[in-house]
Design a protein around this ligand. Structure first.
Ligand SMILES: O=P(O)(O)O[C@@H]1C[C@H](O)[C@@H](CO)O1
Length: 294
């Protein structure tokens, strides 16, 4: 708070009390406490459908949770087992373009932290900028560029709760090296390594898809794929010490040339998700099987 001028910060961001209320509610419903969180991207909610011995909790039942408004995002938490591990799976995420503040988008990660989650596996649908990428490829995220973040739309903006993490957390180690290595090994085992890329994910605010000039700029800046999510989740997770592994499904090729007549659309994104659902599920399941927890 800036009291000297009689001012207060306009947005204090996370309310620890609200995070605790959500976590307490969930603790009252579950009997097994998973160490792994999963976030399903657009069209990828099938990962959550595979969870065994499911306990499903709708977002609207959870205190202080908002709802998913985007087709392809079911808006529910699934607790159970996948790949032999206890997991907590978000079937549906929150995006800035839905009108949610950045801290609201990151909120579930703080709830995960209070529930004891140590690793989060994040998936998303993204447009392929790198010309070597094909529709249906997976891109293991090695780093990110956040346009909303540069613009001040940062999940950590406002009051810092030191009990979660430091005011100025590093992001140079955002994507865990060992988990990425394990994901590559899992891709080999799942026989999908021929589709596996390593790349830089760029988050834009959306909801419109990018112009050709914007995409050319992103390509020049080193982005391999572009999407409208993930970064607020990653930053919130890393701030409170949750390890992150994140994988994009390239659902469409970005249109980088004029006069092609091509235009991306959400139906195409969901369709690719459907077509590659099984491969993604296999990859995730293999990864979970190989993962050893402390
Ligand atoms: O939630 P993700 O990032 O997987 O969804 C992407 C970005 C937009 O929400 C949508 C565009 O089709 O897919």
């Amino acid at each position: 708070m800036s009291r000297a001028l009689g001012l207060t910060t306009s947005n204090t961001g996370y309310s620890t009390k609200k995070v605790q209320e959500s976590a307490e509610f969930l603790k009252s419903k579950i009997s097994i406490f998973p160490k792994i969180g999963i976030i399903c991207g657009s069209g990828l909610s099938g990962i959550g459908d595979l969870v065994e011995n499911k306990l499903v909790i709708k977002y609207e039942e959870i205190p202080s949770f908002v709802t998913s408004t985007v087709p392809g995002h079911k808006g529910q938490l699934v607790f159970g087992q996948l790949g032999g591990k206890d997991v907590m799976c978000m079937q549906g995420r929150f995006h800035p373009y839905e009108g949610y503040e950045a801290w609201v988008v990151g909120f579930p990660l703080r709830v995960m932290k209070l529930l004891g989650i140590e690793i989060v596996l994040i998936t998303n649908a993204a447009g392929g900028i790198n010309e070597k990428y094909s529709v249906g490829d997976f891109m293991l995220i090695k780093d990110h560029i956040s346009f909303p973040g540069f613009g001040g739309f940062n999940t950590l903006r406002g009051h810092n709760d030191d009990s979660f993490g430091p005011r100025f957390p590093p992001m140079s180690d955002a994507y865990d090296k060992n988990l990425r290595q394990l994901m590559h090994e899992s891709a080999k085992e799942a026989n999908v390594d021929q589709y596996m890329r390593d790349g830089v994910y760029c988050q834009v605010a959306g909801p419109n898809f990018e112009t050709i000039a914007e995409l050319r700029m992103l390509r020049t800046l080193g982005a391999d794929a572009v999407g409208m999510s993930t970064v607020q989740e990653v930053v919130t997770a890393r701030h409170c010490g949750i390890r992150v592994v994140a994988c994009s499904l390239v659902t469409n090729k970005c249109v980088l040339d004029y006069d092609t007549g091509l235009a991306p659309n959400h139906e195409e994104v969901l369709q690719t998700g459907k077509e590659r659902a099984q491969a993604m599920q296999l990859l995730v399941t293999c990864f979970l099987r190989k993962l050893s927890l402390s």
